[in-house]
Design a protein around this ligand. Sequence first.
Ligand SMILES: *[C@@H]1O[C@H](CO)[C@@H](O)[C@H](O)[C@H]1NC(C)=O
Ligand SMILES: *[C@@H]1O[C@H](CO)[C@@H](O)[C@H](O)[C@H]1NC(C)=O
Ligand SMILES: *[C@@H]1O[C@H](CO)[C@@H](O)[C@H](O)[C@H]1NC(C)=O
Ligand SMILES: *[C@@H]1O[C@H](CO)[C@@H](O)[C@H](O)[C@H]1NC(C)=O
Ligand SMILES: *[C@@H]1O[C@H](CO)[C@@H](O)[C@H](O)[C@H]1NC(C)=O
Ligand SMILES: *[C@@H]1O[C@H](CO)[C@@H](O)[C@H](O)[C@H]1NC(C)=O
Ligand SMILES: *[C@@H]1O[C@H](CO)[C@@H](O)[C@H](O)[C@H]1NC(C)=O
Ligand SMILES: *[C@@H]1O[C@H](CO)[C@@H](O)[C@H](O)[C@H]1NC(C)=O
Ligand SMILES: *[C@@H]1O[C@H](CO)[C@@H](O)[C@H](O)[C@H]1NC(C)=O
Ligand SMILES: *[C@@H]1O[C@H](CO)[C@@H](O)[C@H](O)[C@H]1NC(C)=O
Ligand SMILES: *[C@@H]1O[C@H](CO)[C@@H](O)[C@H](O)[C@H]1NC(C)=O
Ligand SMILES: *[C@@H]1O[C@H](CO)[C@@H](O)[C@H](O)[C@H]1NC(C)=O
Length: 780
Amino acid sequence: MASYMNCFTFLQTISLVYFLITLTCTSGSYLSHDEECSALFQFKQNMIHQDDVDCAASWFQANNASDSGFGCCSWYGVECSNDHRYGHVVGLDLSERSLCGHINSTSTLFSLVHLQSLNLAMNNFDESQIPSEIAHLKKLRSLNLSYSGFTGQIPAEISQLHQLSSLDLSRNSQQLESTRGFNNLVKNLTRLEELHLSGVDISSSLPHFLANFSSLRLLTLQECSLLNAFPAAILELPKLKILNLAYNDNLTGSFPKFRNISLLEVMILDFTGFFGILPESISKHLIILSVSGCSFSGRIPGSISNMTQLVYLGLGENNFTGFVPSLVSLSKLSYLELDGSTFEKGCLPSWLGKLTQLNKVYLSNMSINGEIPPFLANLTKLSDVEMANNSLTGNIPPSFFNFTQLTNLDLRQNKLQGKISKSFSKFKGIRYLSLTSNNFSGNVGLHMFLRLDKLVTLQLSYNRISLVATNNYTNFTLPELEDLELSSCNLKEFPAFFRFQNSLNVLLLDRNKIEGMVLVWIWNNSRETLQLIDLSKNFITGFHQHPHVLPWRQVEGFLMTNNQLRGQLPIPSKTTVSYLVSNNNLTGEIPPLICELEFLRLLDMSSNNMSGPLPPCLGRLSSSLVGLNLRQNNFHGIMMNAFMHGSLLKSIDLSENGFTSQLKVLSLGDNSFDDVFPFWLTLPKLRILIFRSNKFYGPIQGSTTVCSQFPNLRIIDLSNNIFTGRLHQKYFQACIAMNSIHVGILSHLSVMKSKVSSEVVSVELPYSMKLIHKCYGTGS
Ligand SMILES: *[C@@H]1O[C@H](CO)[C@@H](O)[C@H](O)[C@H]1NC(C)=O
Ligand SMILES: *[C@@H]1O[C@H](CO)[C@@H](O)[C@H](O)[C@H]1NC(C)=O
Ligand SMILES: *[C@@H]1O[C@H](CO)[C@@H](O)[C@H](O)[C@H]1NC(C)=O
Ligand SMILES: *[C@@H]1O[C@H](CO)[C@@H](O)[C@H](O)[C@H]1NC(C)=O
Ligand SMILES: *[C@@H]1O[C@H](CO)[C@@H](O)[C@H](O)[C@H]1NC(C)=O
Ligand SMILES: *[C@@H]1O[C@H](CO)[C@@H](O)[C@H](O)[C@H]1NC(C)=O
Ligand SMILES: *[C@@H]1O[C@H](CO)[C@@H](O)[C@H](O)[C@H]1NC(C)=O
Ligand SMILES: *[C@@H]1O[C@H](CO)[C@@H](O)[C@H](O)[C@H]1NC(C)=O
Ligand SMILES: *[C@@H]1O[C@H](CO)[C@@H](O)[C@H](O)[C@H]1NC(C)=O
Ligand SMILES: *[C@@H]1O[C@H](CO)[C@@H](O)[C@H](O)[C@H]1NC(C)=O
Ligand SMILES: *[C@@H]1O[C@H](CO)[C@@H](O)[C@H](O)[C@H]1NC(C)=O
Ligand SMILES: *[C@@H]1O[C@H](CO)[C@@H](O)[C@H](O)[C@H]1NC(C)=O
């Protein structure tokens, strides 16, 4: 090892000197073989990071130390022209060689002008830019810089590499300058056979001239923020085999009626705006057809039945009408996704049993009825089965438990019944299991699931089962769960295995019969991971050793409504977004600590016994809060106006408290309240009430008059909302203050269909009609 290192240091010195000499002597003309080797060596030497990390170590380890002199044609990844020993370096494939650091504009790499193929994919160039000097490599036919951590603008100079037939810049975080960027980049690269720019932010339409690139075989532009319509003529390029445009939400497109016989083998359009019909003439050669989450409509073409090469078929979440045709001849099919379409007879078709290569099957939201048929047992390779939100009935057949290689089983929201059999413990490799919202019944021993050590998600909520937990768990036998949903499972206590769960993200134990305190060991676990905890509708009285601030550092949803919590309001961590503790027996004041929950959007403390004034700092929450419910407590004191000013609040309920409000102005104008008129609100001193420009809806006129709620009102502005119904002038009449002031402002129709008279204001405000405001004087 020592001699190896010495050898390098020595060589480095020599080659550096040599290189500098040769570069100065030969500037302007091409490098010789030795000079190219020296340039390569220098390239390697410059790949040394700060901290002395040798970024090209894995490249050089692949070489023979004895060969690492100037005979670089034998180096790993180096290809030389014609004569192995003295040819020019024409190919360099250093993909996955742990290169790191930057390649800057003076890099000797760019003196290797004979390079025809350069692959630096899957390295880490540390968010540096691709140097524009790459354009010196005029002979490049293939350039692959994918997955290599480049960022910033793609240099326009790449457009000068006219020989390119393959360009792969995918999966760096790069973008193209201006909307003309893509056009300029590729316009002159007419020889392209492969173009891969997935993950590049293109943010423009695709140009029509691409349809003239007659050599194009592969085009992958996944997640490129492409806009507008996809030029359909590209689909008819004679050599096109692979097209991937997935995850371009704002790209639309539709299919031509293919004139020529298409050679397309792979078509991936998931989650784009493609619409219209899938033509019968699409292609006989398809191996992958994936159009999930598009807007296709019409019938699923019958010709799919004849695409016998299909391995992957994703048609889910479109607007297909009619029925799924028989796919019985697709004997190679391994992936099938049909979510949202329908089978002819409603039940699972028997041809499914013939597709014995099936590995992943997604059949959710298909209104499937009937029982799970025994012929499914034929599909011995199944690993993913999702049939959520259907109407499957009956028991899970015993044959089902022969799918011992299942990793994902989702049977949520069906009508399955019977006992949850012990056979579930046969799914040794299962990671995701959901049986939520069925009619399963009986006692279920939790321990059978806890033997499945790959399990990450377990959802058993909303059945008619009673979970039975044991206490004899040990740490090392348990799965490390991330999502545990046991709502409405008749649990009487916190299951003891929680003691060992440190990775939970979601914990739903609401609607059980859990009594007493939340034990220390529960709230001490999953401190760093828990995001949502719902313990609502139990009989929980509080937290053992009540901490000042609840310890889950990432929690966003803290739901503990309808329990018997006593004492002070528990304060969750700063990350909390929804905090719901209504219907408990909390007492005391709101601690000012709550003002630190800067992301809080929903705060519901209604129906407790809390008291005191609201802490003044609560106003700080006004920029995040959307809903606030303090109803049915004993709060008193001055209600803060600042709290509602310019905030995002959509609903507010302060009723049934003792606010002796001194409030004179309540201005909620230009907000986003989408709520009904607050009939519950009574503010005796209020003079000005501004609800202008919100999304208040429903009738304005309740059982009361405006002045019984606000007897001192002088100005009311309800314009620019979506209030509906009739509004009678009587509503305002009892208002002495307002009559004498003449500045009632009332919503008015933009379309003047209404009758307005001094006697009766009969305004019909149809739902969603856009309103403008107009001054309305009571005396006119
Ligand atoms: C380019 O990199 C070399 C070696 O890391 C360094 O010596 C040189 O200063 C850099 N040049 C520029 C312009 O950053
Ligand atoms: C290294 O060199 C030895 C002897 O020259 C040869 O047998 C071996 O195949 C070489 N290994 C590599 C990876 O080139
Ligand atoms: C680029 O290189 C990576 C890593 O070797 C490879 O997976 C990818 O297929 C290459 N791209 C092209 C277009 O050949
Ligand atoms: C494309 O080539 C033409 C003619 O060779 C040249 O005038 C033009 O500037 C080039 N465009 C780009 C974007 O490189
Ligand atoms: C799609 O367009 C909408 C509206 O123009 C924009 O808000 C959204 O960010 C776009 N989505 C993508 C992925 O570019
Ligand atoms: C598809 O159907 C959904 C719901 O049925 C509908 O909201 C949507 O507008 C439809 N899309 C198209 C493109 O027809
Ligand atoms: C499938 O192919 C057969 C034989 O080529 C043809 O007769 C039949 O009409 C095709 N079916 C569909 C639905 O295209
Ligand atoms: C099960 O698959 C075999 C082919 O592997 C097939 O012959 C048989 O008919 C299938 N059974 C059912 C019930 O579909
Ligand atoms: C389950 O598999 C076993 C052995 O692989 C087989 O004997 C049994 O018949 C299968 N059960 C069903 C219901 O297919
Ligand atoms: C725990 O108890 C259950 C039921 O009493 C039993 O089936 C299981 O084997 C026990 N597990 C351990 C690890 O002792
Ligand atoms: C359980 O085991 C893991 C590692 O296997 C360890 O980090 C953790 O502290 C253990 N938990 C308890 C409560 O013993
Ligand atoms: C609420 O707590 C008070 C004392 O803190 C107690 O007197 C009362 O019974 C409790 N109410 C309920 C419904 O638990």
